[in-house]
Design a protein around this ligand. Structure first.
Ligand SMILES: Nc1nc2c(ncn2[C@@H]2O[C@H](COP(=O)(O)OP(=O)(O)OP(=O)(O)O)[C@@H](O)[C@H]2O)c(=O)[nH]1
Ligand SMILES: Nc1nc2c(ncn2[C@@H]2O[C@H](COP(=O)(O)OP(=O)(O)OP(=O)(O)O)[C@@H](O)[C@H]2O)c(=O)[nH]1
Ligand SMILES: [Mg+2]
Ligand SMILES: [Mg+2]
Lengths: 278, 292
């Protein structure tokens, strides 16, 4: 779309294609294009470069202009619950986040509340060790809420700054699994003041329109406060994050850009929007 | 069923005996939206709509269907045709062992699919051997071993300090000496743009000459599905696709995108986290699901 001579239907069609191919979805893309057309008709933009500038501002407004940082507890332990459908990168994100928080001197504890999937506890244990975080787990197959209860008690007595809860992947369409998640949230809420302070939904950047349904269901169940958009080091643009923010008001807090411990970044809206056009 | 907007358009055209080009365009506009909302790739949709338009103009009433309903019937059967027939068999080699390699992006469901396939092959009377060739992800080897214990299927592993190429070779020799007739190699998730890791897959392929290279892809993948499928197919030659997490409510347009850009059959559908949750892929059901 760069280096165009005039604003015409071709330019707008190309922009629509770019937005849809970035997984913004048809209705959001259509809305954005309609707003651009209106401004062009009103004579507010007269060059293709100006259209691109306006487009970026529009997208920035949708995804949230300011990155906000993690909400911390007023005193005591800040609890961050990490949720999402299967395979999106929750366990890896918990490990990276633990390391990030440790780097600024925090005492961090990680709770292995995925007691279901094969070797999930072992996987998280490796990450906890890498991050220098304390690790709370129970046996495979135990009640995740029991792990969280234990972790909350340990966090309180050891005066831990951050408690990160890794939960099992689950499809938002499975009501019994969503009930399990609600129970985990209730238990930690009873045991630690104000918990959970953040509920991060981990969404794979390759996810298509189903991402909105995921975010909506998880938000209804456990009141998601932020998104982690993972695997942005691939070729997917992660435009679904724009739709999620637009439809549900959930902001992106972090992005995952690789499989190593340092591959987690605070969300920068401007860089994200620029990357849609690279 | 079909989207509200599409039904509305069909209702509006219900009394017409024959459709004009303009009528057909109105219907196809809504079909286009339905396919894009289902995550079918933008360019795949464009080609598809163009091919349908040629077939649809001039449709007349046929039996009890209105011309509009006829168009939808054409769309549905064309989608089904593009999905391919039912091809849910692992190509068993004339001389054992049959070697199957599972590849794909991170988190797609390869390790789980490896175990599900092994379990199904065992039920069919085969003696499978699973191979833990993911030496990168923490506890990946352990994950496959736990699944192997659950299914009572052996897992070949050389630990996380060995090269996946050597692990694959070692597994094939072990299979031959122990009479295991299907070797299923679980590889690490990787990006199609990771040169080093894609070269690793090519090296494994060169070392053991797999009979099947299955691309494992997540049913909720959006527009990026074409990029991934194209790259894996061009570098390795994919013989089949396993589409996972179809037990969710993703429309699964990635199935059409992958099929259309690689020509490979989608052989299996992952429909749950349990090890028996693997079904043959049903093209017609998928077409209905995509259309919404
Ligand atoms: N390239 C890339 N890979 C990632 C990223 N985040 C996670 N992964 C990989 O994605 C795969 C799945 O990560 P997990 O952390 O196990 O995902 P999960 O959500 O905990 O999975 P379940 O617990 O099974 O639902 C692993 O291979 C990770 O290394 C990322 O930002 N970029
Ligand atoms: N609901 C559902 N979950 C699935 C299905 N297939 C796999 N999963 C889950 O998806 C997550 C990822 O599965 P894995 O088998 O670890 O994925 P992978 O491709 O091996 O991941 P990497 O090795 O990290 O690339 C796990 O939580 C699995 O239980 C499926 O068909 N349905
Ligand atoms: Mg996990
Ligand atoms: Mg795996």
């Amino acid at each position: 779309v760069r280096g165009r001579a005039k604003i015409d239907d071709d330019l707008l069609d190309d922009i629509e294609e770019l937005l849809i191919e970035s997984d913004l979805g048809v209705s959001v893309a259509t809305e954005v294009i309609e707003n651009l057309k209106k401004k062009v008709a009103e004579g507010r933009v007269t060059s293709p470069d100006a259209v691109m500038g306006l487009l970026k501002e529009e997208l920035l407004a949708l995804v949230g202009e300011e990155g906000e940082s993690i909400r911390a507890a007023a005193g005591g332990t800040t609890v961050i619950m990490v949720v999402g459908v299967n395979g999106t990168g929750k366990t890896t994100t918990v490990g990276k986040l633990a390391a990030l928080l440790r780097a600024s001197g925090n005492r961090v504890m990680v709770a292995a509340a995925d007691t279901f999937r094969a070797a999930a506890i072992e996987q998280l244990e490796v990450w906890a060790r890498r991050a220098g975080a304390e690790f709370i787990s129970q046996q495979q197959g135990s009640d995740p809420a029991a792990v969280v209860y234990d972790a909350a008690a340990a966090a309180r007595s050891r005066k831990v700054d951050y408690l990160l809860i890794d939960t099992a992947g689950r499809l938002h369409t499975k009501s019994n699994l969503m009930e399990e998640l609600k129970k985990i949230r209730r238990v930690v809420g009873r045991e630690l003041e104000g918990a959970p302070h953040e509920v991060l939904l981990v969404v794979d950047a390759t996810t298509g329109q189903n991402g909105v349904a995921q975010a909506s269901r998880f938000k209804d169940a456990v009141d998601v406060t932020g998104l982690v958009l993972t695997k942005l080091d691939g070729t997917a643009k992660g435009g679904i994050a724009i739709s999620i923010r637009k439809e549900l008001g959930i902001p992106v807090r972090f992005i995952g850009v690789g499989e190593a411990v340092e591959d987690l970044r605070e969300f920068n809206p401007r860089l994200f929007i620029d990357a849609l056009f690279s | 069923g079909l989207s509200e907007k599409l039904q509305e358009v069909l209702r509006k055209l219900r009394s017409k005996g024959k459709l004009t080009e303009k009528d057909v365009d109105e219907i196809l506009r809504e079909v286009r939206v339905a396919l894009l909302e289902a995550d079918v790739n933008f360019r795949v949709v464009r080609e598809f709509i163009q091919s349908i338009r040629e077939k649809a103009v001039g449709q007349e009433v046929l039996g009890s269907l209105t011309p509009g309903q006829q168009v939808i019937k054409i769309v549905h059967s064309e989608l089904t045709r593009l999905m391919g027939g039912v091809q849910s068999k692992i190509a068993i080699a004339s001389r054992p062992p049959t070697i199957v390699m599972l590849v794909g992006l991170q988190g797609a469901g390869k390790t789980t699919a490896c175990a599900k396939l092994a379990g199904s092959l065992k039920k069919q009377g085969h003696s499978p051997l699973m191979v833990a060739a993911d030496v990168y992800r923490p506890a990946a080897i352990r994950q496959l071993e736990v699944l192997g214990e659950t299914l009572d299927i052996p897992v070949f592993s050389m630990g996380a300090d060995q090269n996946p190429v050597d692990i694959a070779k070692g597994a094939v020799s072990s299979a031959m000496s122990k009479g295991r007739d299907v070797v299923l190699i679980d590889t690490a998730g990787r990006l199609h743009i990771d040169e080093e890791l894609m070269a690793e897959l090519e090296a494994i392929k060169a070392a053991v000459s797999p009979h099947e290279i299955l691309l494992v892809a997540d049913a909720m993948t959006g527009q990026d599905a074409v990029n991934v499928a194209k790259a894996f197919n061009e570098r390795l030659g994919i013989t089949g696709v396993v589409l996972t997490k179809l037990d969710g409510d993703a429309r699964g347009g990635a199935a059409l995108s992958i099929r259309s850009v690689t020509g490979c059959p989608v052989k299996f559908a992952g429909v749950g986290e349990k090890l028996d949750a693997l079904e043959p892929f049903h093209p017609e059901r998928m077409a209905s699901r995509i259309l919404g």
